[in-house]
Design a protein around this ligand. Structure first.
Ligand SMILES: *[C@@H]1O[C@H](CO)[C@@H](O)[C@H](O)[C@H]1NC(C)=O
Ligand SMILES: *[C@@H]1O[C@H](CO)[C@@H](O)[C@H](O)[C@H]1NC(C)=O
Length: 467
């Protein structure tokens, strides 16, 4: 409980890292989780994500849910009742301290999967020009500050470097910028944190390019630019369905030999009453050979129609959806042993070819903006929080041309030597979840952080296919 936690904090020195930054040592009782081969591991055992997305209020006017202690305390009781081990939070305030929330979650056995972007501090996918402008040092300062704010908690499971930035068939050109952010986060973690932390991207399930995305974020010679996991938001299993009827059996075949841990960063189609039969398949040997679980979308009922608990006066009331999900989790344990995954897997796939559905013509990535390179060596000061002016039009962009013709393929190893294994990671970026508010950008440009209206509505894959 709080007791143990503070003992650990008190007993920890504020140690100067290899490069001089003062960084608190790890706190919390849960074992840290690493990415090795094509799965996650904790204490030498396979780790499966059994979770829910948690962003009360939705993504439109995002509030940090880890600052409201009385609501969080109440919600953690519900998380425990649901039997989950992970929550996903899309937006936090990186100017605030999170010791109390992370300690409470730790005591309840719950990890945090955290998006490193915020609505105002994210890439802008509208065009090559906006991507290039928004990939700047002011943006990366915020992402790195989020890493600083959370790397010290044992129960920080992973960082998302972006969420549904590519959300259609015509914006795959964002991929090199997302991959650059992933790379920069991994390098920052390696240089500034005391442990490795998995970093990867949470993608929209766009039927025409999802497999190219999975390959692209896993490929290439630069180990820093390769993700530590790949995740996608999958709403394709709509009750009543089955492993074969949903087509999830085909997806397992697609990803059976994939190089990275894979999981569902959101799931739970609401076309019909949700009975959550997909839980039984997701945590069976049928899927564990390639998948490491997932996050049910989402905890509080929002305008988009998803939700397990509903606001009632000052309190919350679990609905029938909550009860069915609880029953499904309770009825399904994790597969035993390694579940068919391999800790030793070390294949690196070839990068996907350019096609009419995958508009990425080079393996080059933009170089990190010069000032942000300094941050990797020297650390960053406090994060800007949620009220600062958007980073998208300020800051110094990369010196690489927007078409990436003079970009980089290899990045310098800045590891401090403590965590040079395959699982170092960092990365940040995030976006806003599948809420239905996607027009957060006054300029009409879709901000990276904010996911698509489509997924928030239903039948994402079908909707994309129809575009
Ligand atoms: C993609 O298509 C949509 C809808 O036609 C459009 O609003 C958007 O600007 C396009 N994005 C890019 C990057 O071309
Ligand atoms: C596992 O796969 C088999 C073969 O496709 C299928 O018959 C069975 O229902 C699946 N079980 C689960 C729990 O998905």
């Amino acid at each position: 409980m709080a007791r143990l936690y503070s003992t650990l904090l008190a007993g920890a020195c504020l140690c100067a890292g290899a490069l001089g930054k003062v960084f608190p040592r790890q706190s919390g009782n849960l074992p840290t989780v690493t990415s090795e081969g094509n799965a996650f591991w904790a204490n030498g055992e396979r780790f499966y994500i059994r979770g829910v997305a948690y962003q009360p209020g939705g993504a439109a006017d995002a509030q940090d849910p880890l600052l409201d202690m009385s609501s969080l305390r109440r919600d953690i009781q519900r998380f425990t009742e649901l039997g989950i081990n992970t929550i996903r939070v899309y937006t936090i305030d990186n100017s605030k301290n999170h010791d109390e929330a992370m300690s409470m979650l730790d005591e309840a056995g719950i990890y945090l999967a955290l998006d490193a972007n915020t609505p105002e501090f994210s890439l802008n996918r509208e065009s090559l020009d906006t991507l290039h402008q928004s990939y700047n040092d002011v943006y990366l300062q915020s992402v790195f500050a989020t890493i600083d704010a959370f790397a010290g908690y044992n129960n920080l499971l992973l960082f998302f470097s972006g969420n549904e930035v590519i959300n259609a068939r015509n914006n795959t050109q964002a991929a090199p910028y997302i991959k650059a952010v992933t790379r920069d986060m991994k390098r920052y973690i390696s240089a500034q944190a005391d442990r490795s932390i998995p970093v990867g991207y949470s993608s929209a399930d766009v039927a025409e390019n999802i497999e190219s995305q999975a390959l692209y974020f896993a490929c290439g010679d630069d180990q820093w630019a390769r993700s530590d996991f790949f995740a996608f938001n999958d709403y394709s299993w709509c009750s009543p369905s089955s492993f074969t009827q949903s087509g999830w059996d085909q997806k397992v075949e697609t990803y059976r030999d994939y190089s990275l841990p894979l999981f569902l960063s959101e799931f739970g189609c609401i076309e019909n009453t949700r009975t959550w039969e997909e839980i039984e398949s997701l945590y069976s040997q049928n899927m564990s050979v390639a998948y490491s679980g997932g996050l049910a979308y989402e905890y509080t009922l929002e305008a988009n129609g998803y939700g397990l608990v509903e606001q009632s006066g000052n309190g919350i009331v679990p609905n029938e959806d909550f009860r069915r999900l609880k029953a499904a989790y309770a009825a399904t344990s994790n597969p035993t042993g390694d579940g068919g995954a391999s800790r030793q897997r070390s294949n690196v796939p070839a990068c996907p070819p350019r096609t009419s559905e995958w508009n990425v013509r080079t393996e080059n990535l933009p170089e990190i903006p010069a000032k942000a390179e300094n941050y990797i060596s020297n650390g960053v000061s406090n994060g800007p929080g949620l009220n600062a002016e958007s980073s998208q039009w300020r800051g110094q962009p990369s010196e690489t041309e927007p078409d990436l013709s003079d970009g980089t393929q290899e990045s310098e190893d800045v590891s401090n030597g403590d965590n040079s294994g395959s699982s170092d990671g960092s990365s940040g970026g995030s976006s806003g979840g599948s809420d239905s508010d996607s027009d957060n950008d006054e300029n009409g440009a879709a901000a990276l952080g904010f996911s698509t209206v489509l997924l928030g509505l239903a039948g994402a894959a079908a909707a994309f296919a129809a575009m």
